[in-house]
Ligand binder design. Structure first.
Ligand code: NDP
Length: 343
């Protein structure tokens, strides 16, 4: 597709939100950050409602001076805009059962992730607006960058234009939470979901596999656990490489490495034939992500994720991952280090 449109503060008219009541469903990572940013941008506190069950998140919202509503039905009835900021896996049940039946016909629903909208798991009326304002940052950074007067990267889109105003609402909400300061990138739930799940289901699994196999080969070749753990990740070198890639450039950062390293990395990467990896990525994208296969598989295990111990399928995967040679070695190295530190 090429270049995306980028929206700045000057593209967004906050007046679109005048007189509206904005409900934040959830006051966690994103909810707490976005609600505080919106209020600090000048949106009146009396028109913000935090919908949350009575617990520590609700107490946190109250301590920050917000109006908290524990009864989701009441919050839904008065909402002109709902920020859907509870975990993705609980959104369909909570939204469809308690919010959707009571929301105004012309309400706007704002998601921070494309997943549930792309896979059509949320029930909207055709007359409602559905928008995405998806920060590419954890909530604490969304808040701290705003407080420093800086922006943060964010994707924005209007997915359903029930009122004819959806894009204007999306841009006003983006500006309200501080996302158009740096420039919000025009995107879509399709793009956000494809990229997010591709990273999670193809790119990072391959990186984990490459580390696992490289560790094993070097160990067979006589390298110690301690040396390998430090060389491969505990020194934080990979984190520094990615930080430099973000700051200076994916290729440019290589210049910080020794000449031997630069030559080895570039000649090695350019020699590798990516055909098999490309086919693998395409297979995951089209036959696992976009066709809904993964979503179906996940929905089948979803209810078991609350279970304790090995009845929880995620815990089963953790158990298998901990059995990897690399993980076992790291455990030994870390416990040895802990003993040394105690001395
Ligand atoms: P959190 O895990 O921080 O959400 C916690 C909030 O959700 C709390 O208010 C909690 O309140 C509420 N909640 C949890 N379970 C339920 C439930 N069953 N019923 C009602 N409320 C519930 O979520 P995030 O902020 O991490 O994610 C929110 C959205 O933002 C998601 O769509 C996510 O993909 C997106 N996003 C997240 C990012 C991040 O930094 N984590 C980055 C960018 C986007 P209580 O438990 O009291 O009910």
């Amino acid at each position: 597709m090429g270049s995306a449109k980028i929206y700045y503060d000057s593209d967004a008219d906050l007046a679109v939100l005048d007189g509206k009541t904005i409900v934040f469903l959830g006051f966690g990572n994103q909810g707490a950050a976005q609600a505080q940013n919106l209020r600090d941008t000048g949106f009146p506190n009396e028109r913000i409602i935090i919908a949350n069950r009575p617990d520590s998140y609700a107490e946190d919202a109250k301590s920050k001076g917000f109006n908290v509503e524990h009864d989701f039905a009441k919050a839904a009835e008065v909402a002109d805009v709902v920020f859907l900021l509870i975990p993705d896996q609980v959104q369909p049940r909570v939204f469809n059962e308690t919010f959707a039946p009571r929301l105004k016909d012309n309400a706007a629903i704002c998601v921070a992730s494309g997943y549930n909208v792309f896979f059509k798991l949320l029930k909207f009326k055709p007359s409602q607006d559905v928008v995405m304002v998806a920060p590419r940052m954890i909530g604490s950074s969304v808040r701290s960058l705003y407080q420093k007067g800086k922006g943060f990267p964010c994707f924005v889109s209007a997915e359903q234009d029930g009122t004819g105003n959806a894009l204007k609402v999306a841009l006003a909400l983006s500006r309200g939470i501080g996302a158009t300061k740096l420039g919000a990138i025009a995107s879509s739930v399709y793009e956000e979901t494809a990229m997010d799940l591709m990273a999670e289901q193809a790119l990072w699994p391959n990186i984990i596999m490459l580390f696992r196999e490289a560790f094993s080969v070097l160990k067979e070749a006589g390298c110690s656990d301690e040396a390998l753990c430090y060389e491969m990740w505990m020194s934080k070198e990979p984190a520094e490489i990615f930080e430099a890639a973000a700051d200076e450039g994916f290729v440019t950062q290589l210049k910080h490495h020794s000449t031997v390293s630069q030559y080895g990395q570039l000649s090695g990467a350019l020699k590798l034939d990516g055909t098999a990896a490309r086919e693998h990525f395409k297979n995951i994208l089209y036959n696992q992500i976009l066709n809904g296969k993964f979503t179906k598989e996940f929905s089948q295990i979803e209810n078991d994720l609350e279970k304790e111990g090995l009845d929880n399928p995620l815990n089963q995967l953790y158990q298998k991952a901990e059995e990897m040679e690399l993980a076992q070695a790291e455990k030994r190295v870390r416990s040895r280090l802990a003993d040394l530190l105690k001395q």
